[in-house]
Design a protein around this ligand. Structure first.
Ligand code: URP
Ligand code: ZN
Ligand code: ZN
Ligand code: ZN
Length: 510
């Protein structure tokens, strides 16, 4: 099934050599179970020039079309990872995966788009945007950007507007942790929430109490606890619960939708559930590490092994994982990210004598689709349609790129995976495509395997081989005012009239 124009049998090790692009751009995926978030059916999928043209049974085509047999397999929208950090400068170093290696890894695992976080350069959003455009130049799959806000003044406020109106960004992330670097205070958070609301941009929060974390770290150091376990002990769930609650209440006060990134504890999840019950628009994003791992690994006697699990908020005690899985299956949490942010063993060793210096982050961009399939679908927790919703469609809807992304429908981008439910995969640093030398899922074998990944109408992963083209990935602009904003103005009007009501009554009596 070699597509003309692609490099024959070029595996991962050579992929950067592969620069030609496909001339045959017609594909037929035959006989599979086509799954969308709302529906599944037995059908063929016909693709031309990177776009899905037709989805129906028994499509007939000529010999110029590459045919992929999907009998007995699921044909689904490629994964969209809402939360990654590629080529990110952080904690005195830079992530080992850049846009090319991170995306190649993603494609090998069935993810065809990701949304990365731009970190401003010296607080400047425009400089940050330009820097990330350069970083993403060699992209081999489609990507979008969120933007972090790390300080506040008139220039930042104006730049937020430019980002939304001219640069295709519709979400901003605020860090309530990382005191002294990325952390912001409540005054800034309120100003920024107001600005997000007026622009129709989604506010996202890293919810941990940064002052509390600094205090917890001091406590551990005073107790002589300097190893990776000190990371978990210094920032317990209570600090995540507090910051989650605070962010939710302030977003409710402003009446703007809120997205909580990397929900790691039941404490945070319960705050989200409580607000949702009261009718507030709060989105909760668990990440794969929080769903499948527990913190015991941070006590591993080997530093390299323990340090690879250091991320923030920390991976929690056994039990939080189960609570997050349940919340994901009932819809309290709506989509799954990875927070893919890889540092190799040498980089992690920056904190060999002091856990506060271990660069925070774990891998996952390549493993997410497989782990979520096994954990949620294979276990019977959710349906295959729900799998598509939490790995792809909901992300596309929330960030306003549906149905271009997140669907197998005529007119949608041909970002497609073929998953064989009867095959299995093993996670390992030996076989993964990320540049990092460790894997937090080392040795896990899961049922269900992405056998084919199609990105922009090109077969980029087949027969365990990657055929990726640097520069073929496109920047996907995302428009403001997603469905999460509908009704906000009406709710505001109701609120304003409620303020007038008592005054009205009083003047009637007078
Ligand atoms: O440990 C983490 N999560 N590293 C990436 C930065 C962030 O907070 O998302
Ligand atoms: Zn080649
Ligand atoms: Zn974060
Ligand atoms: Zn992150």
């Amino acid at each position: 099934n070699q597509i003309p124009g692609f490099c024959g049998g070029v595996g991962y090790g050579e992929y950067s050599e592969c620069r030609s692009s496909s001339s045959s751009s017609k594909l037929l995926i035959k006989g599979g179970i086509v799954v969308n978030a709302h529906h599944q059916e037995l059908a063929d999928v016909y693709v031309e020039d990177g776009i899905i043209v037709s989805v129906q049974p028994n499509i007939k085509v000529g010999d110029d079309v590459t045919v992929l047999d999907a009998t007995g397999k699921y044909v689904m929208p490629g994964g969209i990872d809402p939360h990654t950090h590629l080529a990110m400068e952080f904690m005195g170093t830079e992530t080992i995966d850049d846009f090319f290696s991170g995306q190649a890894a993603a494609l090998a695992g069935g993810t065809t788009m990701h949304i990365d976080f731009i970190i401003p350069v010296n607080g400047s959003l425009s400089a940050g945007f330009e820097a990330y455009k350069k970083k993403a130049k060699n992209s081999c799959m489609d990507y979008g950007f969120h933007m972090a806000i790390t300080r506040w003044d008139e220039v930042v406020a104006r730049d937020m507007e430019i980002m939304v109106k001219e640069k295709g960004i519709n979400s901003f992330k605020f860090f309530l942790a990382y005191k002294g670097s990325l952390m912001i205070n409540d005054e800034l958070l309120l100003q920024a929430f107001k600005k997000c609301k007026s622009l129709g941009a989604l506010a996202m929060v890293h919810a941990e109490n940064g002052d509390g974390v600094a205090e917890g770290q001091k406590r551990m150091i005073e107790l002589g606890i300097t190893g990776p376990e000190g990371h978990a002990l210094s920032r317990p769930p209570v600090l995540e619960g507090e910051a989650t609650s605070r962010a939710i209440r302030l977003a409710g006060f402003v009446n703007t939708p809120l997205y909580i990134v990397h929900v790691m504890s039941s404490d945070a999840m319960e705050e989200i559930a409580k607000a949702q019950k009261l009718g507030q628009k709060v989105i909760g994003e668990p990440v794969v590490s929080g769903l499948v791992l527990d913190d015991s690994r941070l006590w591993h006697p080997d530093f390299t092994t323990a340090a690879k699990y250091v991320m923030s908020p920390p991976i929690r005690k056994l039990g939080h994982d189960k609570a997050l899985q349940a919340a994901l299956s009932t819809g309290v949490l709506q989509l799954v990210g990875t927070d893919h942010c890889t540092f190799n063993s040498t980089q992690k060793a920056l904190g060999i004598d002091d856990f506060r210096k271990i660069p925070n982050g774990v891998n996952g961009i390549e493993e997410r689709m497989h782990l979520v399939w096994d954990l949620m679908v294979e276990s019977g927790r959710i349906s295959v349609t729900d799998y598509v919703r939490i790995t792809s469609t909901e992300c596309a809807r929330m960030f306003n790129i549906y149905p271009k992304k997140g669907a197998i429908l005529p007119g949608s981008d041909a970002d497609i995976i073929i998953l064989n439910p009867n095959s299995s995969v093993e996670m390992s640093a030996r076989s993964h495509h990320s540049r990092t030398d460790t894997n937090v899922y080392e040795g896990m074998r899961v049922k269900g395997k992405v056998e084919v990944t199609i990105a922009g109408g090109r077969v980029v992963w087949e027969n365990d081989e990657l055929k990726v083209v640097p520069g073929s990935g496109r920047y996907i602009e995302m428009a403001p005012f997603s469905y999460l904003f509908s009704g906000i103005d009406k709710a505001d009007a109701t609120y304003l009239s409620s303020l007038n009501a008592p005054v009205q009554r009083f003047s009637n009596e007078a």
